[in-house]
Each structure stands twice: as structure tokens, then as C-alpha cells.
Design a protein. Structure first.
Length: 233
């Protein structure tokens, strides 16, 4: 039974959505403020975190920032803030998805399932092969889908589920271009619509993380108007 932590200061929205999730077989924990949510996260991590940006005390962005220092679990913002800047900021800080309220409960449910499936697929990828054979090496990059592990020049890089999926898709075939639409298909299910800036924000954060361990990292190339490709050093 997947476990979800739901954080929202709108109690009526939180309770109605919690009831729907429980009816769909999820285990749900609800919190109305950022401090309570962070205390719960510090004790036990869920399978996915659903988070409002506007929260009393510790806001959603602060919770995400703290969480990304210790975990790469999927995080989805579900918020009333209809601001492109906030959406881009949330994605760059490490959120896997950003949904604006009001939204269809069924669509939101599908987006949650899509995030969970993506994590499961990464864990199962190449499971029939031996552990050593499952590790993908491309130049200085090493990726272990079984352990959700990434290293660059031997140094570990902590990636979210979405970032891992995008990097793996690009690195599988070095030199081949992947369009934004193709990357969207990897990161999100067909039922979920996202625009170009969502993928661009994930790529920017992915590059930023890689450059923390190697300031000269340039393996992910942007082809303006076309997409991205991984160049093996």
C-alpha cells in the first residue's frame, strides 16, 4: 500500500482528497503546516509527498529544500499559487511535478500514480540481469538503476526520480538527440500534460547538480528548438 504524506492548510480540500486517496488504496497522513510535516518526514519518509506551497510557519518551498538534502522521494506541489515563477522555482528546487488548484481529482490521482510508476520502473529496470550488468557506464557517468545511484568521475550525485529518468534516457544513446516531447513521454504518462518549460527546468537542475561535483560538466547539450543530447566524453 503506497504511503502518501499530504500537506495543505486548506482542511476541507485536504480531507476530501485524503478520502479519495484512501478509497483508491493509499495510506495517507495529513498535516496542515510545514513544521508538523517536516517533523513527520524526519521520522519516516513516505512513497510520495504532496505539498502546498503556501503553508503557515515553514512554507512548502522550505520543506522541499530541507527534504532534498536527505532524500530523492517524489514530490508534487499542488497549490493555489498560479504563478509561472513559482512553478519554475519549485521544479528547479527539485519538485517532480507542479499542479495548480483547482484541478480534477482524477487527473491529480493519475499524476500521483505516474510518479509512483516511474519510481517502480527505475527500480525494476534490468532486474532480470545481474547487478553488475545493470550498471550503465557512459564516459565519466555511471548509473545504477537497481540502487537509484549516479556517480560522475567517481563522485556520487543525488538525483530525484524525474532527473534520474531524464538523464538515463539521454545517456542510453550518446550523441542522439531527444526532443522535449520524447523526454516528456519518459517523465510523464500520456494522461499528463506538461509544457516545455517543465522539462527545461528539470534539465537545468540536473546540470546544476552535476556541476556541483564537476564545474566543467558539459555532457548534456541543448539544441535550441530541437531538444537535448548526451555527449560521451
Amino acid at each position: 500500500m503506497p504511503r502518501i504524506i499530504l500537506v495543505d492548510d486548506d482542511r476541507s480540500h485536504m480531507m476530501s482528497f485524503s478520502m479519495m486517496l484512501e478509497a483508491e488504496g493509499f495510506e495517507v497522513e495529513c498535516y496542515c503546516d510545514g513544521h508538523s510535516a517536516w517533523e513527520a518526514l524526519s521520522k519516516s519518509l513516505p512513497d510520495i509527498l504532496l505539498l502546498e506551497t503556501k503553508l503557515p510557519g515553514l512554507d512548502g518551498m522550505d520543506v522541499l529544500q530541507r527534504l532534498r538534502h536527505v532524500s530523492t522521494i517524489p514530490v508534487m506541489f499542488c497549490t493555489t499559487k498560479d504563478d509561472e515563477i513559482d512553478e519554475v522555482l519549485g521544479l528547479r528546487m527539485g519538485a517532480d511535478d507542479y499542479v495548480k488548484k483547482p484541478c480534477s481529482p482524477r487527473v491529480l490521482l493519475e499524476r500521483i500514480r505516474a510518479l509512483l510508476r516511474r519510481g517502480e520502473l527505475l527500480g525494476e529496470d534490468q532486474a532480470s540481469e545481474g547487478d553488475d550488468r545493470s550498471i550503465m557506464v557512459r564516459g565519466h557517468l555511471s548509473m545504477d538503476p537497481m540502487r537509484h545511484g549516479v556517480t560522475w568521475r567517481g563522485l556520487a550525485v543525488a538525483l530525484t526520480v524525474t532527473e534520474f529518468a531524464l538523464l538515463k534516457t539521454l545517456a542510453v544513446r550518446p550523441g542522439f538527440v531527444k526532443s522535449r516531447d520524447q523526454l516528456m513521454d519518459v517523465a510523464y504518462d500520456d494522461q499528463v500534460y506538461v509544457d516545455d518549460r517543465t522539462i527545461d527546468s528539470h534539465i537545468k537542475r540536473l546540470r546544476k547538480k552535476m556541476r556541483r561535483v564537476d564545474g566543467n560538466f558539459d555532457a548534456i547539450e541543448t539544441l535550441y528548438g530541437i531538444g537535448y543530447r548526451y555527449n560521451e566524453a
